[in-house]
Design a protein around this ligand. Structure first.
Ligand code: C5P
Length: 245
């Protein structure tokens, strides 16, 4: 593995979408030298709770807690406080929870981190779920298009002091149009050119996602379900490194 490729490690987030903690631990052990963050989502956290995040910390990995909080501001404030106490490095919530909810999340994260003498985690907002299209928004009573809504929710998150958004490859450009480069974009739906897309219908390659302006990419199945996950991670890092070309 070339040092140029390893430089991209910090931009690679691996989604540990797994049923079993031991299986997750084996992957973390294998991959930790090649991965910036391990994403713990609903599946692993609902089954194992803080044992899942502790396992990753014990292995020396960094954590993106992907629980997409969406509730009244006070409840999200308390959930963020609890997440910070788990010493996660990145966490998220739905921008559709509203401005006051996002401001409460930001303040809670800063206060909890200060109290525990930690760096605050990176806070990310989910704008419109990529499983929703324009007709779904109409049904929900939202009259603007997905792209307009993504833009305005991203801007609201930025104004609330949130560090960035989770955005599909198709949304990177429209967010970069209205927000500065230091507003982070984390992009799932990434596949190597010759791979099957699973249920990701419109994907970009790792190189394309970075060139389009993504700061981090999230990769799940192409790595965790690969016959050789380390080799798969190397291939992704190699493709990421081509973004410099
Ligand atoms: O296996 P795959 O690479 O498709 O996994 C992508 C990960 O990113 C999953 O954990 C999925 O929940 C998450 N995600 C996504 N699309 C979004 C938001 C999150 O695929 N819009």
């Amino acid at each position: 593995m070339l040092s140029k490729e390893l430089e991209f490690k910090k931009k690679l987030i691996v989604a540990l979408d797994l049923h079993d903690l031991l299986e997750a631990q084996i992957l973390v052990k294998q991959l930790k030298s090649y991965v910036g963050f391990f994403k713990v989502g609903h599946q692993l956290f609902t089954r194992y709770g803080p044992a899942a995040t502790k396992m990753i910390q014990d292995e020396g990995g960094e954590i993106f807690l992907d629980l997409k909080y969406h509730d009244i501001p006070n409840t999200v404030k308390l959930a963020v406080n609890a997440a910070v106490s788990l010493k996660v490095n990145m966490l998220n919530f739905h921008a559709l929870g509203g401005r006051a909810m996002m401001v409460a999340a930001v303040k809670s994260s800063q206060a909890a981190a200060k109290e525990l003498h930690l760096s605050p985690p990176v806070l990310l907002a989910v704008t419109i779920l990529t499983s929703l299209a324009d007709p779904d928004l109409i049904e929900l009573g939202i009259s603007s298009s997905v792209s307009k809504e993504v833009q305005s929710l991203a801007r609201m998150a930025y104004d609330a002091g949130v560090n960035g958004v989770v955005a599909s490859p198709q949304e990177i450009a429209i967010i970069r149009e209205v927000l500065p480069d230091n507003f982070l974009i984390v992009t799932p739906g990434v596949r190597l050119k010759d791979s099957k897309g699973d249920d990701q219908k419109r994907f970009l390659t790792p190189r394309e996602a970075l060139q389009a302006g993504a700061d981090y990419i999230v990769v799940g199945r192409p790595i965790v379900k690969a016959p050789d996950p380390v080799r798969a991670a190397h291939e992704i890092l190699h493709d990421m490194s081509l973004s410099l070309a």
